[in-house]
Design a protein around this ligand. Structure first.
Ligand code: AMP
Ligand code: MG
Length: 337
């Protein structure tokens, strides 16, 4: 998708201090559901309000990501982290030792947290980080809500460490870039899963496993499964990235509906089946992929809760954000044991 919006670039750090005017303007853009790239101590992040599914859908469209993986929610305080995740004693010890800083904690999501399903990929866990960069901290504090911020580059390109990198990749696709100079660390945050009774490294980064072991007084499991994937760990269902899947059997590219099936429609293509289906949800009556992505998890959950035996999914164009929607639906449709 190629929106051509004009991207503002604001110098937002003076003598190590965040510029109050720039922060207020950027905070307002994020609260309105817009996209702001900003410096963190690791790399430049592309920020969106983690509680607005439409904003997170726009973020995926701007990056051109072909799939929805769970994103890190950035917070401005320990209390904000505790409002969205359940931090046990080990997670608290790690946060106390390394926050603000380049360490991300994957913890159970707190019931009632309003971080949207698109941000967590519908998982029962949430990835939280309090960044140390003065610009990032001030901005997240101004938004007053958690901010997802994957690296501010087009999918498949390298992570940006200067505002100029961000502009060359994303100008015309996002609202604002806050220039905070070159980022000091230059590699992504370390990600560690705080599982019941154990710690597992999911992605190596700026904080080393040995330092975490010293702080937590406990071993950190490394090695298999592949760092970053976390898919293979069966220890805590829903905690790692096994991805939300409905119980109902998902059938893609349907042109008709069979008995007991619910309909997940797109652009009203299966509207004629509305009254005969056991439940009906149109992801986007106007066939807008960004709207459809924002409503994907809500639609799946609603149809699944109807008790339908299956979900017939209308044809969805396999390009841009449509490709990411189809990727998620294909995973939901795959046979599972
Ligand atoms: P980033 O692109 O920097 O926002 O990092 C996203 C990565 O964080 C994902 O690809 C996962 O590896 C990891 N992650 C985020 N949320 C979770 C979660 N709930 N469970 C496991 N890993 C997660
Ligand atoms: Mg990246």
């Amino acid at each position: 998708m190629n929106r051509n919006i004009s991207t503002r670039l604001i110098k937002a750090l003076h003598d190590g201090q965040a510029d109050a005017g720039a922060i207020a303007a950027a905070g307002a853009v994020l609260r309105d559901g817009g996209l702001v790239a900003f410096a963190t101590e690791t790399v430049y992040g592309l920020g969106a309000d983690a509680t607005q599914a439409a904003a997170v859908a726009r973020l995926y469209a701007a990056k051109g990501r072909p799939s929805f993986n769970p994103l890190i929610a950035h917070v401005a305080s320990f209390d904000e982290a505790r409002a969205h995740g359940v931090l046990d004693a080990r997670a608290e010890a790690l946060a106390a030792a390394f926050w603000p800083g380049p360490l991300t904690l994957v913890v159970p999501r707190r019931p009632g947290s309003d971080i949207c399903d698109l941000a967590t990929a519908g998982l029962a866990s949430v990835a939280l980080r309090m960044p140390a960069h003065p610009l990032a901290l001030a901005l997240i504090g101004a938004v007053g809500r958690p901010v997802v911020a994957p690296s501010a580059n087009r999918s498949g390109h390298v992570s940006p460490t200067t505002a100029a990198h961000v502009m060359s990749d994303l100008s015309g696709r996002i609202d604002l870039v806050l220039d905070g100079g070159a980022t000091p660390v230059g590699v992504e945050s370390t990600i560690v899963a705080c599982l019941p009774g154990r710690l597992r490294l999911l992605r190596p980064g700026a904080v080393l496993a040995a330092a975490m072991e010293a702080a937590a007084g406990e071993a950190v499991e490394t090695g298999e499964p592949e760092s970053g994937s976390a898919e293979a760990t069966p220890i805590a269902p829903g905690l790692l990235a096994s991805h939300y899947a409905p119980n109902a059997r998902v059938r893609l590219d349907a042109d008709a509906v069979t008995a007991g099936e619910a309909v997940l429609d797109f652009g009203g293509r299966l509207a004629e089946w509305h009254d005969r289906a056991s439940a009906y949800f149109d992801l986007s009556p106007k066939a807008d992929p960004v709207e459809a992505a924002a409503r994907l998890f809500a639609g799946l959950r609603e149809l699944d809760a109807s008790g339908a035996v299956g979900i017939a999914v209308a044809p969805i164009p396999d390009d841009g954000l449509g490709a990411a929607i189809l990727d998620r639906l294909r995973r939901a449709a795959a046979p599972r044991g």
